[in-house]
Design a protein around this ligand. Structure first.
Ligand code: XIL
Length: 302
């Protein structure tokens, strides 16, 4: 039979999952991982608190384990993430102004240089826009260093690893009618017009009953792609079970497949029990590693 990665490859796409280094000793987990997935995102191991726990002291052991697993199974890696308001180490949380700007850019340069030539892409900046109707940037210590912090991070990442695709990644950007979606769209348009290096936009796509798959999801993916960037579904999980959940996974998969520049999708974990929201049972395999209806729906839609 075929697999998610194999089915996606028939149209030149990848199919990925988030991976935790701590689970690489679980043979059920690694069995599914190596069989099904052609792209891996470290779930936490490349975040700022993991890679620079003390300022100027870099720690790559767990991230390197995941990169080694990817190589051993012939998968690629999406680096996640170089600059983010969350999961900052304590030393960075307490910084501001030009000292923080310098520290952030040094972090981007050091980590991207460590993995130079080894990664498919970097989520250079994660979740920089506010929810709700404002269309504004999210307030954070990074944002308070100046509105140009995002483009500065992208330029530093390009200089450090010219071969990695550079992505902006966010959530609640799936509905074309939302102010947050429009604000990210305008940033990408602005970056393209001024030559700021950006190659891709990631749609996390954490869906639940309060935030279901929007009816205009494919339109959103297509509109961003039309700006000249690749689009990717980067952290897909959908609360639910049975046929309803399977139908939502099918809708998302079909939307990606219908957009030429939607070149891959990633689910945020393997088994329901691996999920950061395990009680939502939002993934493609149950806790025992059995394929759910949602798995078959995705496979059939690829
Ligand atoms: C989550 C991880 O899954 C959890 O293990 C961790 O405790 C918190 O972060 N948006 C992102 C991801 O970009 O990095 C987050 O991952 C989920 C939301």
């Amino acid at each position: 039979g075929t697999t998610l990665g194999g089915a996606a490859a028939r149209t030149g796409r990848y199919f990925g999952t988030a991976v935790s280094a701590s689970k690489l000793s679980d043979s059920v987990y690694t069995g599914i991982l190596s069989r099904e997935f052609s792209m891996i995102t470290p779930e936490n191991e490349m975040k700022i608190d993991a890679t620079e726990p003390n300022q100027g002291q870099f720690s790559y052991t767990n991230a390197d384990r995941i990169v080694a697993q990817a190589k051993s199974q012939g998968a690629q890696v999406r680096g996640h993430t170089l600059a983010w308001h969350s999961q900052q180490p304590g030393w960075m949380q307490g910084m501001e102004g030009s000292a923080l700007r310098t520290a952030m850019l040094n972090h981007v340069t050091q980590v991207a240089t460590h993995y130079r030539g080894q990664l498919y892409s970097w989520d250079v900046v994660n979740e920089a826009f506010a929810d709700g109707s404002s269309g504004a940037r999210r307030d954070s210590n990074l944002q308070r260093t100046g509105n140009d912090w995002i483009e500065a991070a992208f330029r530093a990442a390009r200089a450090a690893d010219p071969g990695a695709k550079l992505c902006y990644n966010d959530y609640n950007t799936d509905d074309w009618g939302q102010a947050k979606t429009q604000a990210v769209y305008r940033m990408v348009q602005d970056f393209e017009s001024r030559g700021v290096p950006i190659d891709c936009v990631g749609f996390q796509s954490h869906f639940n009953s309060n935030s279901p798959v929007p009816s205009n999801y494919q339109t959103t993916l297509q509109n961003f792609a039309s700006l000249g960037v690749d689009v990717q579904i980067t952290e897909l999980d959908i609360e639910g079970s049975g046929t309803a959940q399977a139908n939502s996974f099918s809708t998302v998969t079909k939307a990606c497949v219908a957009v030429a520049r939607c070149n891959g999708m990633t689910v945020w974990g393997i088994r329901d029990t691996d999920s950061w929201r395990a009680s939502a049972t939002p993934l493609l395999f149950d806790g025992s590693g059995n394929k759910k209806a949602a798995y078959t729906a995705v496979l059939d839609a690829l």
